[in-house]
Design a protein around this ligand. Sequence first.
Ligand SMILES: Nc1ncnc2c1ncn2[C@@H]1O[C@H](COP(=O)(O)OP(=O)(O)OP(=O)(O)O)[C@@H](O)[C@H]1O
Ligand SMILES: [Mg+2]
Length: 359
Amino acid sequence: MKHRQICNPKIGIVNPDGHAIGVDIGATSVRAAILSHGTTDGRPSVSVHGCGHVDLPPGAVLNGVVCDQHAVTAALRQMWSQNHFECRNVILGITNQQTVVRDLAMPALPHDQLVKALPYQAREVVPLPLDQALIDWLPLGEADPSGMVPGLLIATPRQPVLAAVQAIESAGLQVARVDLSSFAALRAIADENHGVEAVIDIGAHMTNIIIHRHGVPKVVRAVARGGQELTERIVDRVGLDPERAEAAKRLQGLQATNRNFTDALSEGLRPLLAEVRGSIHYFGTTEDSAPVERLSLTGGGSALPGLADLFGEHLGMPANVVAPMQHVRNRLASKELQNEDAELSATAVSVGLAMGAAA
Ligand SMILES: Nc1ncnc2c1ncn2[C@@H]1O[C@H](COP(=O)(O)OP(=O)(O)OP(=O)(O)O)[C@@H](O)[C@H]1O
Ligand SMILES: [Mg+2]
């Protein structure tokens, strides 16, 4: 799967020690995964060398956007020092509701000409002022007989990317590449051998919905829905304080016996289910449409007891929670830097960003 994104050619994506590090800045915490790429039995494989996470104060990151750069910088510094990370060139994940990913075929041009031609092509399809957007294009195959190369146009608001990059640089790190968090989740979670699958990363504020066909993204959406609003609904409806509501949500979820409690959760999940259904429906109207065979869920929000079953029932297909490290071999390659807890803190986004270093 090749989901390349905007690179800084002056900075190595792979660090001098051969490791790639993905940084996922979410609403609840910053997370990093350090991987190396190699071969096992003649096939490409990935090993993990380190993972870490540090919680963020509420409000530091809202809907995927860094709002308090100092808090994010402090959390990154802490994560680096407490895990003794040595890599300093990182791959940053970006989530933004306004990100646009669209099919766009481009002529087979040399890179510099492609860069010049892209804004003209993008103007037609990107609903953002182009001077306020970062634009990239991802080839998805070889040129057809008419010389056009199939690919994806990616556009995202520039300012939130700059805010995240500044927070990282203030921590003494360098951003070697910026990638979409949804592409990273897809890389970590998707089973390329599977025909058509929906990968859904449910966070605290944001949910990434990606429908892929044999690993090629066909629908990519980020919606402002997540686990935080479920906790808020429990607070409002059941009258628990936020801490207890959060704990009860994690422990009992949709399997609780209190009807008020489960109703609060089901109602809170309805808009998210509608978003997923809408994405599947939209895919059904495209040229490449084919039945979606299954849902693969990830992100903290997917751990809600009973959520996978609810999604499976409502959308009429198998739904499972998938571990972020499912495609990573040689886990805990470096035992002295690692422990099981750290590995559990890795997110599909942090793992998938580092996996993308080979792309
Ligand atoms: N066991 C659980 N049951 C239900 N919800 C859970 C559980 N564990 C975590 N969560 C929820 O997952 C959310 C955090 O998920 P995650 O860490 O993926 O988000 P994030 O990446 O920090 O945020 P975002 O991607 O929205 O910026 C929180 O809303 C939390 O309540
Ligand atoms: Mg997240």
